[in-house]
Design a protein around this ligand. Structure first.
Ligand code: ZN
Length: 58
């Protein structure tokens, strides 16, 4: 099956967490480079029965 993950538009890392702010609204934060914003790149990935598998980009 396939699913979508959010990746950082700055460094391409998948270590992006979703944050909500009462005043600022929804946004994302990258744990790698510190990017904060409402825009992230969505990436389609293959996931197996045991979790993530298949393609692995550096
Ligand atoms: Zn980043």
């Amino acid at each position: 099956m396939k699913t979508w993950i959010a990746t950082c538009p700055e460094c391409g890392s998948a270590d992006v967490i979703y944050e909500t702010g009462m005043m600022l609204g929804q946004k994302y934060r990258c744990l790698k480079c510190g990017y904060i914003g409402s825009f992230v790149l969505e990436k389609e990935i293959e996931v197996g029965e045991d979790g993530f598998s298949g393609e692995h980009h550096a």
